[in-house]
Design a binder for this molecule. Structure first.
Ligand SMILES: [Zn+2]
Length: 286
């Protein structure tokens, strides 16, 4: 819903990266068990939609093109529930390691698939690599994408992404110019993946499996601080259906949403916040 004026207590954006099997494909972990972890995302999405619907909460789903082709019916449920659909690569490619041609092809293919699914051109992007290069920024600006959510340069204030930054080792950075691309920042601290997902890579273990209440305690701490210290701040939370979609985690999620609602914040899609930023509304005044 269009934001007419910034909400002083603040805005919360609930975002879900519906990676599906593409996350494991990208890591070349194509065994049956790894893939089934991605499959579980499709089981979890309807649960999340029911939870959000009961509370009347808007949300944003970043969906790789590969997931749209793999689970068209589940993706259609997301659209029918009124969620915003954003870009997240074609097959979760690590965009920061791709050539310009490869990155352009994956982005264009994902724009077409998301546009067909959502019924309108996508306005938001989250990098599957969690990283933007100058090449990515240029491609997004060229294609008129309105916002990105892959940078960590602030926590509660949207800002403009710069293009052309240079980082020489013999002097300070040479900052590039601001672009039209709006950043709705995220952070690993506000992402369920490192807290909860256990992954054994060849050379490291990501332990995950934290108590979800501990994670939501951190999320809630940021939110409480934002409500107290920042006028019309924005907090973007990142979830993954395959991670958050299990019973004990969903129950903790509901408790967090109760507490957030009690703080008087407003829930919005990321597209609506970006639209407000583009119209000159002042979010995140500290
Ligand atoms: Zn992802």
């Amino acid at each position: 819903m269009t934001i007419d004026a910034p909400h002083p207590a603040g805005h919360v954006c609930l975002s879900f990266d519906f990676d599906g099997p593409s996350l494991w494909l990208m890591r070349k972990m194509t065994g049956a068990t790894a893939m089934s972890r991605g499959e579980f995302g499709a089981v979890a999405v309807p649960r999340i939609l029911r939870l959000l619907e009961r509370r009347g909460l808007p949300s944003t789903f970043f969906i790789p093109g590969h997931t749209i082709e793999t689970y068209p019916d589940v993706c259609r449920m997301v659209v029918d529930a009124g969620c915003e659909i954003g870009l997240h690569g074609y097959a979760h490619e690590l965009n920061s390691t791709q050539s310009a041609d490869e990155e352009r092809a994956a982005l264009d293919r994902s724009i077409e698939l998301v546009g067909d699914l959502w019924g309108r051109p996508p306005v938001g992007y989250r990098s599957p690599a969690g990283d933007l290069t100058n090449q990515t920024i240029e491609l997004l600006v060229e294609r008129g994408v309105q916002y990105d959510s892959s940078l960590m340069g602030h926590d509660h204030r949207p800002y403009r992404v710069r293009a052309g930054d240079e980082f020489p080792t013999d002097g300070p950075p040479r900052w590039g110019n601001e672009t039209d691309l709006i950043e709705l920042p995220w952070s690993w601290t506000n992402d369920d993946y490192p807290y909860l997902e256990f992954v054994a890579f060849r050379r490291m273990i990501m332990p995950g499996l934290a108590r979800p209440d501990d994670m939501f305690d951190n999320f809630g701490g940021d939110l409480t601080w934002m409500v107290r210290e920042v006028v019309a701040g924005v907090l973007t939370l990142v979830f993954h259906p395959q991670v958050i979609g299990r019973g004990h985690r969903l129950l903790a999620f509901e408790r967090f949403l109760d507490a957030a609602t009690d703080l008087g914040v407003r829930f919005d899609t990321m597209a609506d916040v970006a639209d407000g930023v583009a119209r000159g509304l002042a979010f995140g005044v500290e």
